[in-house]
Design a protein around this ligand. Structure first.
Ligand SMILES: C[S@@+](CC[C@H](N)C(=O)[O-])C[C@H]1O[C@@H](n2cnc3c(N)ncnc32)[C@H](O)[C@@H]1O
Length: 303
């Protein structure tokens, strides 16, 4: 079987950090004493795919507040044949066009995608849901820098990307992802929704939106609501409560000390836990400043 990887390019993707995170997993995940794996900020799901393939936990729950993303996971889980067919068609059409007509098609689909959003039933994984995910993947593959970004009205606003031969359909990757998603619980919601699922045989990996690395970068627009410092504090309180419950917990974030060595925001929030600094090459940054080797924080409640 092919190795499943994220089917969307998503800001904050953990593909670069997989081995560093893997090395820090608790033994209970590796020897399968953990019953349940929960990822409440699943995003593109790099770590979820890794865990599911390497350790196949008995029960898996993935959550995210972004409804487009959750719809995509559900459609891949339940209707991969239709998705593959639709993406194949749009890929053939797109690749047959000259560059200026490709741009026109891109903006037309972006327009439809935004127009349809208002009033859309994201719980419906039928024909309209499948069509929407086809558009989402198409836009993600052909837009500038391949990322998902919305404005304050929730409209997808990334410009056209001008790639020569973008791969819009990755059939084996999608089929493999679909296999791995069988039986996975997929839920839209705030991270705190997983509260009732956590017990002492649970492992939770938290990958919240990064705290902006400098004042000028505001790279937290995954969904209309951004993740404020108040949310980071709320998450730290949640982490503490789940710790008391006996769960194994791991959390990653960007290190504010990369920019301001005196900024101990997370060191204070997680002072009673283990905090490690891991060098990471950040793939996406809203300005030149954030590129290059930066430390990522990895916080665990075990050794
Ligand atoms: C850093 S990304 C996750 C990256 C992901 N682990 C990956 O490998 O691609 C953070 C995710 O948190 C989601 N999010 C933002 N606020 C949230 C909230 N309050 N509760 C749950 N998810 C949230 C965003 O939609 C985004 O997908």
């Amino acid at each position: 079987m092919e190795w499943a990887r994220p089917f969307l390019k998503w800001a904050g993707g953990k593909s670069q950090l997989l081995e560093d995170l893997d090395r820090r997993l608790p033994d209970e995940v590796k020897n399968r004493k953990i019953k349940r794996y929960i990822e409440p900020f699943v995003g593109g799901g790099a770590f979820f795919f890794h865990i599911a393939q390497r350790y196949s936990p008995e029960e898996i729950h993935i959550l995210d507040i972004n409804e487009e993303l959750i719809l995509a996971y559900r459609v891949i889980q339940r209707a991969v044949d239709r998705l593959v067919e639709g993406l194949g068609k749009i890929e053939a059409r797109y690749l047959s066009l000259p560059q200026d007509e490709r741009a026109r098609l891109y903006y037309q689909i972006r327009e439809e995608f935004n127009r349809e959003k208002r009033g859309f039933d994201f719980e419906n994984c039928g024909e309209s849901g499948i069509e929407r995910v086809i558009r989402l993947i198409f836009l993600n593959r052909t837009c500038y820098n391949g990322l998902y970004r919305v404005n304050s009205r929730g409209e997808f606003n990334v410009p056209f990307g001008k790639y020569r031969e973008p791969r819009i359909l990755n059939e084996s990757g999608l089929r493999c992802a679909s296999q791995l998603l069988k039986g996975v619980h997929i839920q839209k919601g705030d991270f705190s929704t997983c509260d009732t699922l956590v017990d002492d045989r649970t492992f939770v990996y938290f990958d919240p939106p990064y705290r902006p690395i400098s004042r000028t970068s505001s790279f937290t627009a995954y969904s209309e609501g951004s993740f404020s410092d108040a949310d980071q504090r709320r998450l730290a309180r949640f982490f503490q409560r789940m710790h008391v419950r006996g769960a194994r917990l791991m959390l990653s974030n960007s290190d504010p000390k990369n920019v301001d060595p005196s900024d101990g925001f997370f060191d204070q929030l997680y002072s009673e836990f283990r905090i490690e600094r891991v060098p990471a090459r950040r793939a996406i940054s809203s300005n030149g400043e954030g590129r290059g080797v930066l430390n990522e924080l990895v916080i665990t409640n075990y050794r």
